[in-house]
Design a protein around this ligand. Structure first.
Ligand code: SF4
Length: 269
């Protein structure tokens, strides 16, 4: 091997180590606090009362083994955001990292705009999602569509996914190990899409992304600043189907979300 080839390989290795190491975990990815938006209206946008977390979520450091699930398409400079995400989606659909692959019809990676300012993160696919391959397409999804319609946000302008990409049997909540195994895909989605707002739909999403000790009933409706993003926990739409009394607080939460979304994304209003 020539000296030139050796240097090129060394440079590639260093880039790979930097990408794979520095942002290979969701925990790391969420761990750096930054300044609040400079010109926010405190009545409508995240304010000084908002919580500020420092990587206390349930995600543990993703191991080298997890990082080597597949070749990282983000290292290929020839790929654009759509292609990188598509490549991760393909890897996810072939994934057998946890036992949930055994009973799935298909993995549900996520859907939406790869340039989205806002990402919605639910818990796990249900029966309809498992069958159709898209997130939030069952009854809870229809309710979510109505909520989005009410705040004049199109599904096509945001990105929607779940903490875990394969349906747990009987729609049970995913186990801790399954959440851990799947964390790498969500961390990559967040890294590539880079949304300013993440809406945590339900307890699992809130615990996984904001604080493993979080109680959704106490935390919902409060903006949380983690890294350079704002997180808003609220109830999962499925919880509203079980308990219609939760509709009012969720509506209030989405009013806040809409206000901040319009504030940072004025061309969409
Ligand atoms: S739930 Fe996630 S980690 Fe488990 S098999 Fe499906 S894609 Fe892989």
């Amino acid at each position: 091997m020539s000296q030139e080839e050796r240097e090129r390989k060394q440079r590639e290795k260093e880039v790979a180590e930097e990408k794979g190491g520095k942002q290979s975990t969701l925990f790391d990815f969420l761990g750096n606090n930054s300044e609040a938006p400079q010109d926010g209206n405190p009545l409508q946008t995240p304010s000084e009362d908002s919580c500020s977390k420092n990587g206390t979520s349930d995600f543990k450091e993703i191991t080298t083994e997890a990082a080597s699930l597949t070749h990282d398409p983000a290292l290929n400079p020839a790929l654009n955001k759509e292609e990188i995400l598509q490549s991760w989606g393909n890897s996810c659909r072939e994934c057998q990292k946890c036992s949930l692959y055994q009973q799935r019809t298909q993995a549900v990676f996520g859907e939406g705009n790869v340039h989205a300012v806002m990402m919605l993160v639910g818990e796990a696919p249900g029966a309809d999602e498992d069958r159709q391959g898209f997130p939030f397409v069952g009854n809870a999804g229809k309710l979510l569509d109505n909520i989005l319609k009410a705040i004049s946000v199109l599904r096509t302008e945001i990105y929607i996914t779940n903490i875990v990409k394969c349906r747990p049997p009987g729609n049970r909540l995913p186990y801790h190990g399954e959440v851990e195994s799947c964390a790498y895909y969500l961390s990559k989605q967040i890294e590539i899409i880079d949304p300013a707002i993440i809406v945590c739909l339900g307890s699992l999403s809130t615990k996984s992304l904001i604080d493993s000790e979080a109680k959704i009933t106490l935390m919902r409706g409060q903006w949380c600043e983690i890294g350079d993003r704002w997180y808003m926990p609220t109830f999962h739409p499925a919880a509203l189907l079980r308990d219609p009394k939760k509709k009012k607080p969720v509506w209030e939460d989405f009013q806040q979300i809409k206000a901040y979304y319009d504030h940072i994304n004025p061309k969409q209003t």
